[in-house]
Each structure stands twice: as structure tokens, then as C-alpha cells.
Design a protein around this ligand. Structure first.
Ligand code: TA6
Length: 279
């Protein structure tokens, strides 16, 4: 069996990455936020993930790109918008709990140090499991270790690298979505699904498989444990609001997020797993 090599690389005093190479792929996983920053399968040598060239790496903000882990809430906090958007674990230092080689992938498990934070009532643990193989699979495992039900929303906020978002088609979504750019109006999913303006949508159904289709390649996205798919691109009109993106950065990214936005209630002792696989 081809054993993986795992090396630590320090991108800043606050940001250490695990660089993984095995027979199938290379990947980079930041301990800051348990965030996968890069994934390149060897069969086609194509990087699947986008990182902004102005991403902030000092831990003062989440890194703009890769697969941010949004937990234990998605979007703005419902009761207090002063709390960090998309939860608080994106800027926490996680620790490596486990790594193991299998024939088909390298398995890495990272654990958040704690989950106590203002705005989060639950008593829970959260781990992120990453399988680096021909495909990349990232799973958020949430466990209620308290004695009362625990309410959660979450997302794997994946930034896919694309040649030009204007030339992409997203296949696999249908039904209605809620549009943040139009005061959360409920609208019909377009067919074909293409991109011509700022896009910020919550599709309220659990599409199991999606495809980002480009002229030269197709990226597949399989999801489980979710109730929504979020699709986001700030476009030229919105990119100015993001100091950590260059003016042309929006063109080379498309966020397709495996999410649980409708609120799940985890019974005492229960575990929930939300997963996204990228091929
Ligand atoms: O998931 C879409 C979204 O919530 C957008 O509304 C947009 O603001 C984006 O995420 C980025 O959020 P962030 O907190 O990373 O700046």
C-alpha cells in the first residue's frame, strides 16, 4: 500500500496546514478552522478549490476560499447579529485527533477545542473528518453531549475553482430557492442554471448530486445529511464589499455549499453527520 506523507506547513504564525500526498491526490488542510484549502486528484491534476489571492491568513478572519466550516449556525446569528456570521469555529484552532492510511484514501479527523460560545446554547462536540482519495470527502460530525436537545444549522461553504463563472452551468437543482439578493423572495430554480449576476441563494431541498459543468471539465458534488444547497457568487457588483477578494476574483470561483439551514434538533446523545464529496 502507498502510504501517505503528511507534512506540516506554516503559512503564518496562526495558520498551520497539513499537506497530504498519497497515491490518489494531494490536499492541504488548515488547522485554523479545520478548513481544506486545496485538493488536487492525480488522475487529472486539476485543483478543485479556489483560494482568494487576498485571503487573510492571520486568523483575524476566516480564510476566503477552500472549504470553510460554518457551525453551529449558518449565516447571521438569529438572535444577535454581533456574533460572528456562519458560527465561530472558522477562526478557531482545531487539533489533529487521528490520521490513518487506507488503500483508497487517507483519513484525517480534526476536533474543535471546545464549543462554548455566546449565542450557542448547546453542549456538543464537533469533529471534521476528511478523506483524501480520488475524491475528497469532508464530513462535519456533531454530537450532543448534553442533557437537552441541541439546535444547529451548518454548512460546508465550498469555494470551487472555475475557469470563468460566466461559462459555468450548475446541474442537479430544481424547485424553489430563497433569494438573499431579493429580500429572500421564493423563486423558481432556472433551467439551465447559469450565472449572469450576483447570486446568493438557499435551495431548500437536499439535492444528492450536483455537477458544475465547464467547457473543459465537470466537477461532481455529492451531499448527505443536508436539507439545503447554498449557491453564492458576489459578481463584479458585489465583490467590492470583500476586502479579502481581488476585483477579478469572483470570476474564478463558485460557492456550492452543502448545508443544513432549516434547523435541526439533535437529541441528547445523538450524532448528526453532514458530508460533501467532490470528484
Ligand atoms: O453562503 C453565502 C453567504 O452567506 C453570502 O451571503 C456571503 O456573504 C458569503 O456567504 C460570505 O460570507 P463570509 O462570512 O465568509 O464573508
Amino acid at each position: 500500500m502507498f502510504l501517505s506523507t503528511i507534512t506540516e506547513r506554516r503559512l503564518s504564525p496562526q495558520l498551520t496546514c497539513l499537506e497530504i500526498e498519497n497515491a490518489h491526490a494531494t490536499a492541504s488542510i488548515s488547522l485554523l478552522g479545520a478548513q481544506v484549502l486545496a485538493f488536487k486528484p492525480k488522475h487529472d491534476g486539476r485543483e478543485r478549490l479556489f483560494i482568494s489571492d487576498k485571503a487573510i491568513m492571520d486568523g483575524s478572519k476566516p480564510v476566503r476560499g477552500g472549504i470553510p466550516v460554518c457551525w453551529p449556525w449558518f449565516g447571521a446569528h438569529k438572535g444577535n447579529t454581533a456574533y460572528p456570521a456562519h458560527g465561530f469555529v472558522r477562526t478557531w484552532q482545531w487539533r489533529l485527533l487521528h490520521n490513518e492510511d487506507y488503500a483508497e484514501h487517507t483519513r484525517i479527523i480534526l476536533e474543535a477545542p471546545d464549543t462554548a460560545h455566546p449565542g450557542f446554547e448547546g453542549t456538543a462536540t464537533v469533529t471534521v473528518e476528511v478523506l483524501v482519495g480520488r475524491e475528497l470527502t469532508v464530513t462535519i460530525h456533531s454530537r450532543n453531549i448534553g442533557t437537552t436537545p441541541c439546535k444547529l444549522t451548518m454548512a460546508l461553504h465550498t469555494y470551487f475553482s472555475v475557469s470563468d463563472v460566466k461559462d459555468c452551468q450548475l446541474d442537479g437543482l430544481s424547485g424553489t430557492y430563497s433569494d438573499k439578493t431579493q429580500d429572500w423572495a421564493l423563486l423558481q430554480t432556472p433551467a439551465p442554471y447559469r450565472f449572469t449576476a450576483e447570486t446568493d441563494r438557499i435551495h431548500l431541498h437536499a439535492a444528492p448530486e450536483l455537477r458544475i459543468v465547464e467547457a473543459q471539465c465537470t466537477t461532481t458534488i455529492r451531499s448527505t445529511g443536508h436539507d439545503s444547497v447554498v449557491v453564492w457568487n458576489p459578481w463584479s457588483t458585489g465583490v467590492g464589499a470583500f476586502a479579502d477578494m481581488s476585483s477579478g476574483g469572483w470570476q474564478r470561483m463558485l460557492c456550492v455549499e452543502t448545508a443544513s439551514t432549516q434547523g435541526l434538533e439533535l437529541a441528547p446523545g445523538a450524532v448528526h453527520s453532514l458530508a460533501q464529496s467532490i470528484g
